[in-house]
Design a protein around this ligand. Sequence first.
Ligand code: AMP
Length: 302
Amino acid sequence: MSEILVVGSLAYDSIQTPSGKVDRALGGSANYFSLAASLFAPVRVVGVVGEDYESQHVDLLQKRKVDLSGMTKVPGKTFHWSGFYEAGNMNEAKTLATELNVFEKFDPRLPQHYQDSKLVFLANISPDLQLKVLEQVQKPLFVGMDTMNFWISSKLDDLKKVLSKVDVVLINEGEAMMLTGAKNAISAAPKLCEMGPQALVIKRGEYGFVLYSRQGGYFILPAFPISEVIDPTGAGDTFAGGFFGYLASLGRKPEINDLKAACVQGSMLASFTIQDFSVNALSKVTLTMVEERLSQYKKVIS
Ligand code: AMP
């Protein structure tokens, strides 16, 4: 069992989907990631929140034994993202506003005991923060990252530096195409690998994922079928949490077959997140529920 270090957003989200809306509900890439990954392995969080961050949201992660000694609370407001999804296109979030707030001046300092983390996930946040965190980890075994259109258009140079230092990238289909100029996920995959990583996972919402690695080529599977998607926010981060959690539970440097199995675990976890707003469904998931869903999934794909 290895420890996973994650840096990412700790956020409040205001979201509208065809099923309804929520205002300032708990969100953020690091929250979704940690709730999923902590089902499998110990998680250490680096991030910053404002004075408005509620103690119940700290408790939620603490109940999962997530190490929050790298999370700081500072004067100001918590990161706030607002967006919406249109009927018929639940795979694409449209951003209304991104208020970085306390993340704007955040200078991450890893507590000493975080520095030996073996798995590192640089969740969706400013690439310069991703770099600062990675520089403070001593000998990571396996490093992954995510990003989104907001950072591709505003911080491309830093983003390219991060890409050159990681083993795996987990990214949405639209963002993979935006970064590479490719017209679909299949042609984006090898182009992204040329930017540094050995492997990448392109997430395609209800259509599942494409795993591509230099060594093993393509591995493609559909998502777990969910008839009513309430809110897709956080599905990608939850996928990453299941993916990294599973890899950490192995306690060794991952091989191609491990990445395939990790993608399946990530898909199972993500399928819960989309069944409710915010972290409402994810925070109730147990490993038994994941196993049950996995056995249903095996019937779907066999
Ligand atoms: P996803 O898994 O891709 O649906 O990520 C959703 C989460 O990303 C939301 O909870 C947001 O708070 C967070 N988010 C949105 N925009 C950004 C951004 N520019 N940087 C970091 N996190 C973001």
